[in-house]
Write a protein of this length. Structure first.
Length: 267
């Protein structure tokens, strides 16, 4: 990937996605997409509906086979590894749906998430995770089916954190949440993970709220990387509304005045 002074200021990457191509048997949904995320970074993938954002995460997480390119975690090639093996290597994935077990309590969901740990380590990790997401402490005995949308999202993230991932993939964590709750969720809960050194790769449709909580932003259009720059620079583009099929899809914020030029990648 091309480098710049902005790239040089970033931490060494834990996760490197290089020219990744994937789809569902027909034409590729993502085509030669590259990006990276390092410890303590929140890198947000944004773009219009159908741009391939969730497909990218699924291919990285081993849920969907990649037909080209590579994914490296901590310098190790992990392309097309099974999801369970990736968990052992330090990759956590929270899908948009089916991220918790409805009939289990919050504590039981966390215990299920810690399947790679022994019993004593599970108890210790639950305490660590609840310190990261303290709003869940009072909900430990509540079944997931009784949780609000935001509480379910936090439980899903907490479950993924049980195996102590160095990199966490989050697919649309604010789906179904109000704009106010979305901003709180991204600005407080997700940011807290990065502050503890986790590398977070986030797919989010509420672009402005996500970018404001992030360090780096990547814009996908028609399955290809279109822009790759500091998150605030991307959020301040004067044409952000048009890029997201209308300003509402970009988080409801009116476009700002043009910022410094953003690095464009060839389509």
């Amino acid at each position: 990937m091309p480098t710049s002074s902005d790239d040089a200021a970033r931490p060494d990457p834990l996760l490197v996605i290089d020219a990744l191509t994937a789809g569902y048997g027909g034409p590729p949904i993502i085509d030669q997409v590259s990006c990276q995320v390092g410890p303590g970074e929140i890198v947000t993938i944004v773009g219009p509906n159908g741009a391939g954002k969730s497909t990218l995460l699924k291919a990285v997480a081993g849920v969907l086979p990649a037909s080209g390119g590579s994914v490296r975690l901590g310098g190790q090639e992990i392309t097309n590894r099974r999801a369970d093996r990736l968990a052992r290597l330090g990759l956590g994935f929270v899908p948009q749906e089916s991220d918790v077990f409805d009939t289990l309590t919050v504590t039981e969901n966390l215990e299920m998430g810690g399947y790679l740990l022994d019993r004593r380590a599970v108890a210790e990790q639950i305490a660590t995770v609840l310190d990261l997401l303290p709003a869940l402490k009072k909900l430990r005995g509540r079944k997931a089916e009784k949780l609000s949308g935001g509480e379910r999202k936090m439980t899903g993230i907490a479950r993924a954190l049980m195996n102590r991932p160095s990199v966490l993939l989050l697919d649309e964590p604010t789906a179904g949440l109000s704009p106010e709750l979305s901003t709180t969720f991204l600005g407080e809960h997700v940011r807290r993970l990065s502050e503890h050194g986790t590398a977070v790769l986030l797919v989010e449709q509420k672009a402005i709220a996500a970018l404001e909580a992030s360090t780096w932003g990547v814009l996908l259009v028609n399955g290809r990387r279109h822009l790759d720059c500091p998150a605030q620079e991307l959020a301040q583009r004067h044409d952000i509304g048009e890029l997201f099929l209308g300003r509402a899809a970009a988080g409801g914020t009116s476009p700002a005045k043009p910022a410094a030029a953003t690095r464009a990648q060839p389509e």
